[in-house]
Write a new protein. Structure first.
Ligand SMILES: C[S@@+](CC[C@H](N)C(=O)[O-])C[C@H]1O[C@@H](n2cnc3c(N)ncnc32)[C@H](O)[C@@H]1O
Length: 380
Protein backbone atom coordinates (compact mmCIF):
# COMPACT_ATOMS: atom_id res chain seq x y z
CA UNK A 1 0.00 0.00 0.00
CA UNK A 2 1.28 3.46 -0.85
CA UNK A 3 0.24 6.81 0.60
CA UNK A 4 -1.10 9.33 -1.87
CA UNK A 5 -1.86 12.99 -1.60
CA UNK A 6 -5.47 13.13 -2.74
CA UNK A 7 -7.80 15.95 -3.63
CA UNK A 8 -11.59 15.91 -3.78
CA UNK A 9 -12.72 18.71 -6.05
CA UNK A 10 -15.88 20.63 -5.18
CA UNK A 11 -18.16 23.20 -6.77
CA UNK A 12 -17.63 26.70 -5.44
CA UNK A 13 -19.46 27.09 -2.14
CA UNK A 14 -19.63 23.36 -1.36
CA UNK A 15 -16.11 23.00 0.08
CA UNK A 16 -17.18 22.73 3.73
CA UNK A 17 -19.77 20.06 2.90
CA UNK A 18 -17.28 17.99 0.91
CA UNK A 19 -14.69 18.42 3.69
CA UNK A 20 -17.25 17.14 6.21
CA UNK A 21 -17.85 14.06 4.07
CA UNK A 22 -14.12 13.37 3.72
CA UNK A 23 -13.69 13.72 7.51
CA UNK A 24 -16.63 11.37 8.07
CA UNK A 25 -14.68 8.77 6.07
CA UNK A 26 -11.88 9.18 8.60
CA UNK A 27 -9.38 11.40 6.78
CA UNK A 28 -7.97 14.74 7.87
CA UNK A 29 -8.51 17.57 5.44
CA UNK A 30 -7.10 20.90 4.37
CA UNK A 31 -9.32 23.10 2.26
CA UNK A 32 -8.54 25.56 -0.53
CA UNK A 33 -10.84 27.11 -3.13
CA UNK A 34 -12.76 24.20 -4.64
CA UNK A 35 -10.27 21.64 -3.30
CA UNK A 36 -10.29 19.38 -0.29
CA UNK A 37 -6.90 17.73 0.27
CA UNK A 38 -6.42 14.54 2.22
CA UNK A 39 -3.99 11.65 2.39
CA UNK A 40 -4.72 8.00 1.94
CA UNK A 41 -3.86 4.67 0.38
CA UNK A 42 -5.51 2.69 -2.41
CA UNK A 43 -8.43 1.88 -0.13
CA UNK A 44 -8.94 5.62 0.45
CA UNK A 45 -9.13 6.16 -3.32
CA UNK A 46 -11.81 3.49 -3.68
CA UNK A 47 -13.77 4.53 -0.56
CA UNK A 48 -13.80 8.22 -1.40
CA UNK A 49 -15.01 7.57 -4.93
CA UNK A 50 -17.70 5.23 -3.64
CA UNK A 51 -18.95 7.43 -0.80
CA UNK A 52 -18.49 11.13 -1.52
CA UNK A 53 -21.93 12.46 -2.41
CA UNK A 54 -21.07 16.11 -2.94
CA UNK A 55 -17.56 16.08 -4.50
CA UNK A 56 -17.00 16.36 -8.26
CA UNK A 57 -13.99 14.05 -8.52
CA UNK A 58 -11.16 12.47 -6.59
CA UNK A 59 -7.66 13.01 -7.98
CA UNK A 60 -4.13 12.02 -7.03
CA UNK A 61 -1.80 14.98 -6.64
CA UNK A 62 1.38 13.65 -8.28
CA UNK A 63 3.45 16.76 -7.64
CA UNK A 64 3.54 20.51 -7.12
CA UNK A 65 6.42 22.84 -8.03
CA UNK A 66 7.08 26.31 -9.38
CA UNK A 67 7.91 26.72 -13.07
CA UNK A 68 8.65 29.91 -14.97
CA UNK A 69 10.19 28.26 -18.05
CA UNK A 70 9.33 25.25 -20.21
CA UNK A 71 12.60 23.65 -19.07
CA UNK A 72 11.53 23.87 -15.43
CA UNK A 73 8.13 22.41 -16.33
CA UNK A 74 9.81 19.54 -18.18
CA UNK A 75 12.33 18.75 -15.46
CA UNK A 76 9.80 19.12 -12.62
CA UNK A 77 7.44 16.71 -14.37
CA UNK A 78 10.16 14.21 -15.25
CA UNK A 79 11.37 14.11 -11.65
CA UNK A 80 8.06 12.61 -10.46
CA UNK A 81 7.72 8.80 -10.03
CA UNK A 82 5.06 8.23 -12.72
CA UNK A 83 6.10 4.58 -13.12
CA UNK A 84 4.99 3.83 -9.56
CA UNK A 85 1.41 4.60 -10.60
CA UNK A 86 1.32 3.75 -14.30
CA UNK A 87 2.20 0.48 -16.02
CA UNK A 88 4.28 0.47 -19.20
CA UNK A 89 1.19 0.29 -21.42
CA UNK A 90 -0.70 3.13 -19.62
CA UNK A 91 -2.63 5.55 -21.83
CA UNK A 92 -2.19 9.04 -20.42
CA UNK A 93 -3.91 11.95 -22.12
CA UNK A 94 -2.85 15.32 -20.69
CA UNK A 95 -5.22 18.26 -20.31
CA UNK A 96 -4.27 21.64 -18.94
CA UNK A 97 -5.14 25.07 -17.65
CA UNK A 98 -3.10 28.15 -16.78
CA UNK A 99 -4.08 31.22 -14.79
CA UNK A 100 -1.93 34.31 -14.11
CA UNK A 101 1.32 32.50 -15.01
CA UNK A 102 4.39 33.00 -17.21
CA UNK A 103 3.66 29.67 -18.89
CA UNK A 104 0.32 30.61 -20.37
CA UNK A 105 0.21 28.55 -23.58
CA UNK A 106 -1.83 25.56 -22.44
CA UNK A 107 -1.22 23.38 -25.57
CA UNK A 108 2.56 23.86 -25.14
CA UNK A 109 2.40 23.02 -21.43
CA UNK A 110 0.37 19.88 -22.18
CA UNK A 111 2.83 18.63 -24.80
CA UNK A 112 5.85 19.36 -22.57
CA UNK A 113 4.28 17.43 -19.69
CA UNK A 114 3.46 14.59 -22.06
CA UNK A 115 7.05 14.47 -23.37
CA UNK A 116 8.52 14.58 -19.87
CA UNK A 117 6.34 11.67 -18.69
CA UNK A 118 7.11 9.66 -21.83
CA UNK A 119 10.82 10.15 -21.21
CA UNK A 120 10.47 9.16 -17.55
CA UNK A 121 8.42 6.05 -18.38
CA UNK A 122 10.79 4.92 -21.16
CA UNK A 123 13.78 5.18 -18.82
CA UNK A 124 11.95 3.46 -15.94
CA UNK A 125 10.67 0.59 -18.12
CA UNK A 126 13.84 0.48 -20.27
CA UNK A 127 11.96 1.06 -23.51
CA UNK A 128 13.83 2.34 -26.55
CA UNK A 129 10.82 2.63 -28.85
CA UNK A 130 7.58 4.55 -28.35
CA UNK A 131 5.04 3.67 -25.67
CA UNK A 132 1.98 1.95 -27.08
CA UNK A 133 -0.51 3.38 -24.61
CA UNK A 134 -2.86 0.45 -25.17
CA UNK A 135 -3.59 -0.20 -21.47
CA UNK A 136 -5.60 1.48 -18.71
CA UNK A 137 -6.20 5.22 -18.83
CA UNK A 138 -4.68 7.84 -16.51
CA UNK A 139 -6.14 11.27 -17.20
CA UNK A 140 -3.42 13.74 -16.26
CA UNK A 141 -4.00 17.44 -15.72
CA UNK A 142 -1.37 20.16 -15.61
CA UNK A 143 -2.82 23.15 -13.77
CA UNK A 144 -0.67 26.27 -13.43
CA UNK A 145 -1.74 29.13 -11.18
CA UNK A 146 0.55 32.00 -10.23
CA UNK A 147 3.48 29.98 -11.69
CA UNK A 148 2.79 27.02 -9.38
CA UNK A 149 2.34 23.77 -11.27
CA UNK A 150 0.06 21.04 -9.92
CA UNK A 151 0.03 17.70 -11.70
CA UNK A 152 -2.94 15.48 -10.93
CA UNK A 153 -4.31 12.14 -12.10
CA UNK A 154 -8.08 11.61 -12.10
CA UNK A 155 -9.23 8.48 -10.23
CA UNK A 156 -12.97 8.90 -10.88
CA UNK A 157 -13.43 8.92 -14.67
CA UNK A 158 -16.92 10.25 -15.27
CA UNK A 159 -17.64 12.98 -12.70
CA UNK A 160 -19.01 11.70 -9.40
CA UNK A 161 -22.38 13.32 -10.16
CA UNK A 162 -22.87 10.53 -12.72
CA UNK A 163 -24.39 8.04 -10.32
CA UNK A 164 -25.66 5.88 -13.12
CA UNK A 165 -29.40 6.22 -12.39
CA UNK A 166 -30.35 9.18 -14.55
CA UNK A 167 -31.86 7.63 -17.68
CA UNK A 168 -33.75 10.80 -18.55
CA UNK A 169 -33.81 14.43 -17.50
CA UNK A 170 -35.79 17.63 -17.92
CA UNK A 171 -34.66 21.02 -19.15
CA UNK A 172 -32.71 22.23 -16.15
CA UNK A 173 -31.67 19.20 -14.15
CA UNK A 174 -29.73 19.71 -10.97
CA UNK A 175 -26.40 17.94 -10.66
CA UNK A 176 -26.73 14.97 -8.33
CA UNK A 177 -23.80 16.27 -6.26
CA UNK A 178 -25.55 19.63 -5.81
CA UNK A 179 -28.85 17.91 -4.95
CA UNK A 180 -27.07 15.90 -2.25
CA UNK A 181 -25.46 19.09 -0.93
CA UNK A 182 -28.84 20.85 -0.74
CA UNK A 183 -30.16 17.98 1.37
CA UNK A 184 -27.08 17.92 3.59
CA UNK A 185 -27.63 21.61 4.29
CA UNK A 186 -31.06 20.89 5.78
CA UNK A 187 -32.11 19.54 9.16
CA UNK A 188 -33.80 16.53 7.51
CA UNK A 189 -33.50 13.17 9.16
CA UNK A 190 -34.80 9.94 7.62
CA UNK A 191 -37.64 9.70 10.16
CA UNK A 192 -39.18 12.95 8.90
CA UNK A 193 -41.23 13.51 5.76
CA UNK A 194 -39.47 15.06 2.79
CA UNK A 195 -41.02 16.73 -0.26
CA UNK A 196 -39.58 18.28 -3.44
CA UNK A 197 -42.51 20.11 -5.09
CA UNK A 198 -40.49 20.92 -8.27
CA UNK A 199 -38.83 17.54 -8.62
CA UNK A 200 -38.28 17.44 -12.40
CA UNK A 201 -36.38 14.23 -13.12
CA UNK A 202 -36.39 13.37 -9.41
CA UNK A 203 -32.79 14.17 -8.53
CA UNK A 204 -33.46 15.67 -5.09
CA UNK A 205 -35.90 12.96 -3.85
CA UNK A 206 -33.64 10.21 -5.20
CA UNK A 207 -30.58 11.67 -3.45
CA UNK A 208 -32.65 12.01 -0.26
CA UNK A 209 -33.63 8.35 -0.43
CA UNK A 210 -30.00 7.32 -0.98
CA UNK A 211 -28.94 9.40 2.04
CA UNK A 212 -31.94 8.15 4.06
CA UNK A 213 -31.00 4.51 3.58
CA UNK A 214 -27.24 5.16 3.68
CA UNK A 215 -26.82 3.80 0.15
CA UNK A 216 -23.41 4.66 -1.33
CA UNK A 217 -23.79 7.13 -4.22
CA UNK A 218 -21.27 5.16 -6.30
CA UNK A 219 -22.92 1.75 -5.90
CA UNK A 220 -24.38 1.81 -9.44
CA UNK A 221 -21.30 2.86 -11.45
CA UNK A 222 -17.68 2.19 -12.23
CA UNK A 223 -14.56 4.30 -11.74
CA UNK A 224 -11.63 4.75 -14.10
CA UNK A 225 -9.15 3.66 -11.41
CA UNK A 226 -10.81 0.23 -11.25
CA UNK A 227 -8.73 -0.61 -14.34
CA UNK A 228 -5.46 0.30 -12.63
CA UNK A 229 -3.11 -2.50 -11.58
CA UNK A 230 -2.00 -0.53 -8.46
CA UNK A 231 -5.46 -0.91 -6.94
CA UNK A 232 -6.09 -4.64 -6.51
CA UNK A 233 -9.55 -5.88 -7.44
CA UNK A 234 -9.92 -7.11 -3.86
CA UNK A 235 -10.01 -3.48 -2.66
CA UNK A 236 -12.94 -2.64 -4.90
CA UNK A 237 -14.68 -5.85 -3.85
CA UNK A 238 -14.20 -4.93 -0.20
CA UNK A 239 -15.50 -1.40 -0.74
CA UNK A 240 -18.59 -2.68 -2.59
CA UNK A 241 -19.21 -5.34 0.06
CA UNK A 242 -18.83 -2.80 2.88
CA UNK A 243 -21.22 -0.46 1.05
CA UNK A 244 -23.77 -3.26 0.75
CA UNK A 245 -23.47 -3.95 4.47
CA UNK A 246 -23.70 -0.28 5.41
CA UNK A 247 -26.94 0.23 3.47
CA UNK A 248 -30.00 0.32 5.67
CA UNK A 249 -32.72 -0.90 3.32
CA UNK A 250 -35.10 -1.32 6.25
CA UNK A 251 -35.16 2.39 7.06
CA UNK A 252 -38.73 3.50 6.34
CA UNK A 253 -38.90 6.73 4.37
CA UNK A 254 -41.63 9.20 3.57
CA UNK A 255 -40.29 10.95 0.49
CA UNK A 256 -42.42 12.75 -2.09
CA UNK A 257 -41.60 14.32 -5.42
CA UNK A 258 -44.11 16.35 -7.38
CA UNK A 259 -44.02 18.50 -10.50
CA UNK A 260 -46.51 20.29 -12.73
CA UNK A 261 -45.30 18.30 -15.74
CA UNK A 262 -46.73 14.76 -15.88
CA UNK A 263 -44.17 13.63 -18.48
CA UNK A 264 -41.23 14.52 -16.25
CA UNK A 265 -42.87 12.63 -13.38
CA UNK A 266 -42.70 9.47 -15.51
CA UNK A 267 -38.98 10.16 -16.07
CA UNK A 268 -38.48 10.65 -12.32
CA UNK A 269 -40.16 7.32 -11.62
CA UNK A 270 -37.89 5.56 -14.13
CA UNK A 271 -34.82 7.16 -12.61
CA UNK A 272 -35.86 6.04 -9.13
CA UNK A 273 -36.31 2.48 -10.39
CA UNK A 274 -32.90 2.65 -12.07
CA UNK A 275 -31.42 3.76 -8.74
CA UNK A 276 -32.87 0.60 -7.21
CA UNK A 277 -35.33 2.59 -5.11
CA UNK A 278 -38.41 1.10 -6.73
CA UNK A 279 -41.53 2.42 -5.07
CA UNK A 280 -39.70 4.05 -2.17
CA UNK A 281 -40.42 7.57 -3.43
CA UNK A 282 -43.97 8.75 -4.03
CA UNK A 283 -44.05 10.77 -7.24
CA UNK A 284 -47.11 12.71 -8.30
CA UNK A 285 -48.12 15.27 -10.95
CA UNK A 286 -49.14 18.37 -9.01
CA UNK A 287 -48.75 22.14 -8.96
CA UNK A 288 -46.51 23.59 -6.27
CA UNK A 289 -49.43 25.58 -4.86
CA UNK A 290 -51.43 22.40 -4.28
CA UNK A 291 -48.89 21.19 -1.71
CA UNK A 292 -50.46 19.52 1.31
CA UNK A 293 -48.98 17.49 4.12
CA UNK A 294 -50.66 15.07 6.49
CA UNK A 295 -47.77 14.92 8.94
CA UNK A 296 -45.67 17.49 10.77
CA UNK A 297 -42.00 18.45 11.00
CA UNK A 298 -41.22 17.68 7.40
CA UNK A 299 -38.71 19.26 5.07
CA UNK A 300 -39.29 20.82 1.67
CA UNK A 301 -36.32 21.13 -0.68
CA UNK A 302 -37.12 22.75 -4.00
CA UNK A 303 -35.34 23.89 -7.13
CA UNK A 304 -38.13 25.85 -8.85
CA UNK A 305 -37.69 27.61 -12.21
CA UNK A 306 -35.68 30.81 -11.75
CA UNK A 307 -37.65 32.93 -14.24
CA UNK A 308 -34.58 33.67 -16.33
CA UNK A 309 -36.09 32.73 -19.67
CA UNK A 310 -37.87 35.41 -21.67
CA UNK A 311 -41.60 35.35 -21.06
CA UNK A 312 -41.28 33.17 -17.99
CA UNK A 313 -40.68 35.85 -15.38
CA UNK A 314 -44.24 36.88 -14.63
CA UNK A 315 -45.46 33.32 -14.26
CA UNK A 316 -42.55 32.41 -12.01
CA UNK A 317 -43.14 35.44 -9.80
CA UNK A 318 -46.79 34.50 -9.40
CA UNK A 319 -45.72 30.98 -8.55
CA UNK A 320 -43.30 32.24 -5.86
CA UNK A 321 -46.13 34.27 -4.29
CA UNK A 322 -48.48 31.27 -4.29
CA UNK A 323 -45.71 29.11 -2.90
CA UNK A 324 -45.11 31.44 0.06
CA UNK A 325 -48.80 31.53 0.89
CA UNK A 326 -49.20 27.76 0.79
CA UNK A 327 -45.93 26.66 2.40
CA UNK A 328 -46.27 29.06 5.30
CA UNK A 329 -49.49 27.28 6.31
CA UNK A 330 -47.17 24.50 7.51
CA UNK A 331 -45.15 26.13 10.31
CA UNK A 332 -43.64 22.86 11.55
CA UNK A 333 -42.13 22.19 8.11
CA UNK A 334 -38.71 23.58 7.19
CA UNK A 335 -38.47 24.95 3.67
CA UNK A 336 -35.31 25.20 1.57
CA UNK A 337 -35.50 26.79 -1.87
CA UNK A 338 -32.74 27.52 -4.35
CA UNK A 339 -33.15 30.27 -6.94
CA UNK A 340 -31.25 33.05 -8.70
CA UNK A 341 -34.28 35.38 -8.61
CA UNK A 342 -33.13 38.56 -6.82
CA UNK A 343 -36.56 39.32 -5.31
CA UNK A 344 -37.35 35.85 -4.06
CA UNK A 345 -37.92 36.78 -0.41
CA UNK A 346 -40.24 39.67 -1.30
CA UNK A 347 -42.28 37.47 -3.62
CA UNK A 348 -42.39 34.55 -1.19
CA UNK A 349 -43.47 37.05 1.43
CA UNK A 350 -41.00 36.28 4.18
CA UNK A 351 -37.33 36.81 4.96
CA UNK A 352 -35.39 33.56 5.11
CA UNK A 353 -34.03 32.41 8.48
CA UNK A 354 -30.71 31.97 6.71
CA UNK A 355 -29.46 32.12 3.15
CA UNK A 356 -26.38 30.75 1.52
CA UNK A 357 -24.70 31.70 -1.75
CA UNK A 358 -24.28 28.72 -4.07
CA UNK A 359 -23.39 28.20 -7.72
CA UNK A 360 -25.72 25.96 -9.67
CA UNK A 361 -23.33 25.37 -12.56
CA UNK A 362 -22.45 28.90 -13.62
CA UNK A 363 -25.63 30.44 -12.22
CA UNK A 364 -25.18 32.35 -8.99
CA UNK A 365 -28.02 31.38 -6.71
CA UNK A 366 -29.09 31.73 -3.11
CA UNK A 367 -30.35 28.87 -1.00
CA UNK A 368 -33.21 30.31 1.09
CA UNK A 369 -33.71 28.43 4.34
CA UNK A 370 -36.88 28.80 6.40
CA UNK A 371 -36.60 26.84 9.62
CA UNK A 372 -39.76 25.17 10.85
CA UNK A 373 -40.83 24.83 14.48
CA UNK A 374 -38.85 22.35 16.49
CA UNK A 375 -40.60 19.10 17.45
CA UNK A 376 -41.30 18.70 21.18
CA UNK A 377 -38.45 16.86 22.89
CA UNK A 378 -40.16 13.49 23.33
CA UNK A 379 -40.93 13.13 19.58
CA UNK A 380 -37.47 14.25 18.55
C1 LIG B 1 -35.33 23.65 -12.41
S1 LIG B 1 -36.49 22.40 -12.75
C2 LIG B 1 -36.17 21.20 -11.49
C3 LIG B 1 -35.16 20.20 -11.93
C4 LIG B 1 -34.97 19.05 -10.97
N1 LIG B 1 -34.38 19.49 -9.71
C5 LIG B 1 -34.13 17.96 -11.63
O1 LIG B 1 -33.02 17.69 -11.14
O2 LIG B 1 -34.55 17.41 -12.64
C6 LIG B 1 -37.99 23.10 -12.26
C7 LIG B 1 -39.20 22.20 -12.36
O3 LIG B 1 -40.32 22.90 -11.84
C8 LIG B 1 -41.47 22.48 -12.57
N2 LIG B 1 -42.53 23.51 -12.42
C9 LIG B 1 -42.67 24.70 -13.05
N3 LIG B 1 -43.74 25.36 -12.58
C10 LIG B 1 -44.28 24.59 -11.61
C11 LIG B 1 -45.39 24.74 -10.73
N4 LIG B 1 -46.16 25.81 -10.74
N5 LIG B 1 -45.64 23.74 -9.85
C12 LIG B 1 -44.86 22.64 -9.80
N6 LIG B 1 -43.82 22.44 -10.62
C13 LIG B 1 -43.51 23.41 -11.50
C14 LIG B 1 -40.96 22.30 -13.99
O4 LIG B 1 -41.80 21.39 -14.69
C15 LIG B 1 -39.53 21.75 -13.76
O5 LIG B 1 -39.51 20.35 -13.83
Amino acid sequence: MATYKLVATAAMGLESIVAREVKDLGYETTVENGKIFFEGDELAIARSNMWLRTADRVKIVMGEFNAYTFDQLFEGTKALPWETLMPVDAAFPVSGKSVKSKLYSVPDCQSIVKKAIVERMKAAYKRMSFLEESGPTYKIEVAIRNDKVTLTVDTSGAGLHKRGYRTGQGEAPLKETMAAALIKLTNWRPDRPFHDPFCGSGTIPIEAALIGQNIAPGFNREFISEEWPVIPESIWEKVRLDAEEAANYDQPLEIYGSDIDHKIIEVAKENAIEAGLGDLIQFKQMQGKDFTASSDYGVIVGNPPYGERIGEEEEVERMYRDMGEVFEQYPTWSKYLITSHPDFEDLYGKKATKKRKLFNGFIRTDYYQYFGQRPPRNTN
